[in-house]
Design a protein around this ligand. Structure first.
Ligand code: ADP
Ligand code: MG
Length: 900
């Protein structure tokens, strides 16, 4: 904040001081001076004042502040340096004394005192700090503030206010520096800054941010005296670059407007208005409550919005005030400029002299500055002067203007208003809270009422229950007592009767025969008899009912037992039947197996073959032939009788023997192509794969693998096996099985899958190829033969895909490291192995991408050997063709001097 007492400045100087005669200058401190026109006490920080202020709405508490005036001297320019080389400057500055001497002639000068005297060496930064910074700070505090530059054209008004300092930031003027300070001090969340930029020319206000908007009117609030320009463009400013851009735009529009009007900017006033809106919280206020004067409740701080405005005015050249006499447009213009500037001068004079009438309405400029200059704002005026003695007159009049302005005292008022919006928001929130609280309480109340109701109901029903119980007890008791007394009475009567009889015979008879007594007795007796009769009747009835009940119960119990017995018998029967059925199935399947084996034997004998239990692996044609032979085999016939589902069910039998037996049957059936579809349809493939997974017995596993191998000959089944995860299952079995026959079956199954074009990628990704190659660890020729067949099948599919352009690149077999084994076994003694490998080599060689690896791996020699030694003519010629069609093989053979 300004440290130099600007805010509370209480004095003003009295104008020109004429040294050396005026020895009454005791202090250079402006603050200690009393203004001649007021009698305020020195040092009073805050006071009410009725001092001059041309605002009509300056009422209320405020802080008075005098217009602060600084003078700035421009250095000589090039022209002056030469033209006035022999002459001294028209002014002499004493900045430390804040004085300026205006030379009248070589020996006489007048001295003036200012708030600041800025020499030609004063930096822009210093100028800002002494002239504008205090104003900007008070704008941030909520006061209006104005900085004006007044002076002859060419003395540096625009230099002081409007320089952008784009190349050299130290050259930035007051406008840019003020904005920088404002931006640094406001909070972007709660505060806002907007800017209007205007030009006042010939009593017309033009919008420099929107050139089409060229006649903006001034609106004055009669209540507050605030001046506003609702027609002007307001641009929200968020950062410095956007402000600079806006100033540039305004300047461009100003030049364009002035070109159009055929004038210069020095003839117009440029006005930048910065509107600052800040949210603040008022103070908490303690208010005594109505009922109890001693207790206070604290009112929460009020949300307030502080609106203030910084007005920066680059006035038109002051020389126009004096110089007139131009003609036509120029004359009009001069008058206009005269009008505004001279009206400003007149107002300042009136204010300085505390005159009753201040002619603010005389011009647009004074109307516009009504609340800034001599109003309710803090105001700084910088008067700019040049050093040239040629403009002495102009300089003198500028200095006098500044001197008069120093006498003007403003009444500062903070511009705060309720932030009704945020107050309303807060009240709404509070209301919401109260409503919610009320709802909560209402709910609690309702709950409580409900609870009490429930409790009351419970109590009432409990009391009712107790009452009923007690009543019942009482009733029973009464009944018992009644019965008791009847019983006693009866006994007594019997005794009396006895006595009477005895006495009658033995003693006085007439005692009993008195007419009244005997009647009574008879009466009682009758009653008693009736009572007894009734009771007997009731007892009879009860007994009857009891016996009936008993009968019923007996009958029911007997029936239940009978049903239970029957049920048990039935269950036994069902169990028996099931067992028998199972046995039948087992027997039938055993028979099936035996028939099958006999069938096999028969066939073997007929063929003189090896007795292969699972045909199809090496000669898939065998069963095709059988199935095509027209009539059904006995096995199939049996199969029809038993039904596939029943046989498959046996795979899950609890009896291990049955399971083994069943899997064998299924495997045998699966060997016949005719049965395969039915087995698969009935879920046989899934069951077999399950068996492979839940491995428990080598036989089961071997037979299941065999069955899968047979089913795997069919293309549709191959895909089904893949879908059901069969490849990885077979691969796992391949790696953990030891039994050569199991391995042979697994290898056979994989070899079949290898012949399917669609399964190539899955076979590799699920470890099928690795598993196949891994099985060569078992040296059994049957296993090796299946491995070789699988390799040949795979290579064949690959070469087909390559030829069709579906695949490219090296063989997956080579990738998986199959080549060394292939080369090693290419000349295996076992004919089936050799044959498959020879074919595999031919297939691999057909694709050029494999040639390099094959040459390096020694496969070329084997191929060459095949062309020469192979027993089969077709394979020999295939190998030859293949070698001849490969560039790489040909060149290698040339290199090795091999001729086919
Ligand atoms: P005005 O706006 O008062 O007509 P300008 O600000 O346009 O005057 O200044 C006129 C010339 O003087 C410009 O070339 C400006 O750069 C130069 N000038 C003004 N004040 C200074 C200063 N304090 N130091 C250096 N050059 C200045
Ligand atoms: Mg200028």
């Amino acid at each position: 904040m300004a440290s130099n007492g600007y805010r509370n400045g209480t004095g003003t100087n009295k104008g020109a001081i004429k040294p050396p005669a005026s020895s009454n200058i005791r202090s250079s401190s402006f603050k200690s001076r009393l203004p001649p026109s007021s009698n305020h006490s020195t040092g009073s920080a805050l006071r009410r004042t009725s001092s001059a202020s041309f605002t009509t709405a300056a009422g209320g508490d405020g802080v008075p502040g005098r217009v602060r005036v600084a003078v700035r001297l421009r250095p000589r320019n090039a022209e002056e340096s030469t033209a006035d080389a022999d002459f001294a400057d028209c002014v002499e500055l004493q900045p430390e004394l804040k004085r300026l001497k205006l030379r009248k002639n070589n020996w006489e000068s007048e001295t003036y005192e200012f708030d600041e005297v800025l020499t030609e060496f004063a930096s822009q930064k210093r100028v800002y700090e002494v002239v504008a910074k205090p104003v900007v700070e008070s704008v941030l505090d909520g006061y209006n503030g104005t900085v004006m530059a007044y002076g002859q054209t060419g003395t540096g008004k625009t230099f002081t206010l409007g320089r952008l300092g784009e190349e050299d930031t130290s050259a930035r003027g007051i406008m840019v520096r003020s904005m920088e300070e404002i931006l640094a001090n406001v909070s972007p969340e709660t505060d806002s800054i907007s800017v209007s930029y205007l030009q006042l020319y010939m009593e017309t206000i033009q919008d420099l941010l929107d050139p089409a908007n060229d006649n903006i009117s001034i609106v004055e609030d009669p209540r507050t005296g605030d001046v506003s320009l609702p027609g002007a463009t307001h641009v929200e400013i968020k950062d410095e670059p956007s402000f600079l851009e806006l100033l540039r735009l305004g300047e461009a529009h100003r030049i364009a407007a002035n070109t159009k009007l055929n004038t210069e900017s020095s003839r117009s006033h440029a006005i930048l208005m910065v509107h600052v809106k800040r949210s603040v919280l008022g103070e908490e206020v303690a208010i005594p409550s109505e009922s109890d004067k001693s207790s206070h409740f604290v009112k929460p701080p009020k949300p307030l919005v502080r609106k203030s405005k910084l007005v920066l005015v680059d006035l038109a050249g002051s020389e126009r005030v004096q110089k007139s006499g131009s003609e036509g447009h120029m004359l009009e213009e001069a008058k206009s400029i005269n009008l505004s500037l001279s009206a400003l001068g007149k107002c300042i004079n009136a204010l300085a002299e505390n005159s009753a009438h201040v002619p603010i309405r005389d011009s647009k400029l004074t109307r516009l500055l009504r609340d800034s200059f001599g109003g309710t704002a803090r105001t700084s005026l910088i008067v700019t002067i040049g050093p040239s003695p040629r403009h002495r007159g102009e300089t003198a009049s500028t200095i006098l203007f500044g001197q008069r302005a120093m006498k003007v005292e403003n009444m500062l008022r903070i511009k705060e208003e309720f932030d009704y919006k945020s107050l309303a928001r807060r009240l709404e929130i509070q209301l919401d809270k109260l409503i919610a609280e009320n709802e909560r309480q209402q709910k609690a109340f309702d709950d409580e009422v409900e609870r009490i109701n429930l409790e009351a109901q419970n109590r009432v029903s409990e009391v009712e229950r107790n009452f009923t119980d007690a009543l019942e007890k009482e009733r029973l008791k009464c009944q018992m007592e009644y019965m008791e007394s009847v019983k006693k009475l009866e006994e007594k009567m019997i005794e009396n009767q006895r006595k009477h009889q005895h006495d009658g015979f033995m003693k006085d008879k007439c005692n009993w025969e008195g007419p009244g007594f005997s009647e009574d007795i008879a009466e009682v007796k009758k009653l008693l008899e009736k009572e007894i009769h009734m009771r007997k009747e009731a007892e009879k009835e009860v007994n009857k009912l009891k016996s009936q009940l008993g009968q019923h119960m007996d009958a029911g119990a007997g029936g239940d037992a009978e049903i239970l017995k029957l049920q048990i018998a039935l269950e036994d029967e069902v169990h028996q039947k099931k067992k028998l059925e199972e046995e039948i199935i087992i027997l039938r399947s055993q028979m099936l197996q035996l028939t099958f084996e006999a069938d096999q034997m028969r066939r073997c004998l007929a063929r003189g073959g090896s007795g292969n239990a699972y045909p199809g692996l090496d000669s898939p044609m065998s069963q095709v032939r059988d199935s095509l032979s027209g009539h059904k085999t006995p096995v199939s016939a049996l199969f029809d009788q038993v039904g596939v589902q029943k046989i498959l069910d046996l795979l899950e039998s609890e009896d291990a023997n049955v399971r083994i037996h069943a899997v064998k049957v299924v495997a045998n059936l699966a060997a016949e192509e005719a049965n395969q579809e039915r087995i698969v349809e009935a879920g046989g493939l899934t069951s077999l794969l399950m068996l492979l997974r839940s491995y428990e017995d080598e036989t089961v596993r071997r037979v299941a693998a065999g069955a899968i191998a047979n089913l795997a000959m069919n293309e549709a089944n191959q895909e089904l096996i893949m879908v059901q995860g069969g490849i990885s299952l077979l691969s796992t079995t391949a790696s953990d099985a030891e039994d050569p026959q199991t391995l042979r079956m697994v290898a056979g199954a994989i070899a079949n899958l290898c012949g399917n074009d669609k399964l190539q990628a899955t076979l590799r990704s699920e470890g099928g190829i690795k598993a196949l190659l891994g099985m060569v660890r078992c040296r059994h020729p049957d296993v090796l033969s299946q491995v070789a067949r699988g390799i040949a099948n795979f290579a064949k599919c690959e070469s087909r895909a390559s030829t069709n352009g579906i695949r490219s690149g090296r063989s997956l077999l080579i990738d998986e490291g199959a080549l060394p084994w292939i080369v090693q076994n290419a000349n295996n003694d076992a004919a089936p192995i050799r044959r498959h490998i020879e074919l595999a080599l031919c297939h691999l060689a057909q694709h050029e991408a494999n040639a390099k690896d094959m040459i390096n791996g020694g496969a070329l020699w084997e191929l060459v050997r095949i062309t020469r030694d192979c027993s089969r003519e077709d394979i020999r010629s295939l190998a030859r063709r293949t070698l001849n069609s490969s560039l790489l093989f040909r060149s290698e053979m040339r290199r090795l001097r091999i001729e086919l």
